[in-house]
Design a protein around this ligand. Sequence first.
Ligand code: HEC
Length: 184
Amino acid sequence: MNRTIRPFSLVSMALMLATALYASDLTKAYDMPDASKIVEEDSIDDARKFTMPKDCKLDSLEAIERGKYLFHNLNSKSAKEKAPKGLAKPKNGEVKPYGNCVACHNIENAVGGGTIGPDLTNYKKVFIDSKTRDAEFVYQKIADPRVDNPKTSMTINLTTKLFNEQEVCDVTAYIVQSKSEKKK
Ligand code: HEC
């Protein structure tokens, strides 16, 4: 008797757990690029290792401004401020997707920064200066986070062509530079 009931109760427990997990998935409350959809459309290329291009200008103020803009906005349509100099313009009627990294990450002066990913505030001091990370790591993480973490829930940006190389450089520049003295 017990034997027939047992598998059933296991199934219902699994269902309850799945429902609870779904209900507690705070990502539903944020506006963010749907990585799974993008990946599906691109028929899921394998994780790819990238090398940071030599001409990545990590200390260029213009690159940092572009990176900041990509980090804090979802796309070219919903962005309130004007796109900074050098950012690819969306073609007629097209909506250019940005990173909206702020949906999952907190960083300096973020408005309602997310907590799904690690806090990237003071990244230079906390990670780069302490030698646990470098710009190359950040570049790869943004380009294709699966190389470092196959089970990551982070958006894949370069393999999916959501970003181009320059945009990955720009966001890397924004993350790895010291922002502590800058109020903006
Ligand atoms: C859907 C949520 C999500 C989005 C959107 C997202 N991330 Fe992440 N990110 C994560 C998670 C979760 C981790 C930790 C797991 C991992 O390292 O893959 C992470 C890790 C990272 C790390 C590594 C931190 C460290 O040193 O360990 C960096 C850097 C990063 N993200 C940058 C970005 C940038 C830049 C963007 C926007 C282009 C972005 N993330 C968008 C969820 C997200």
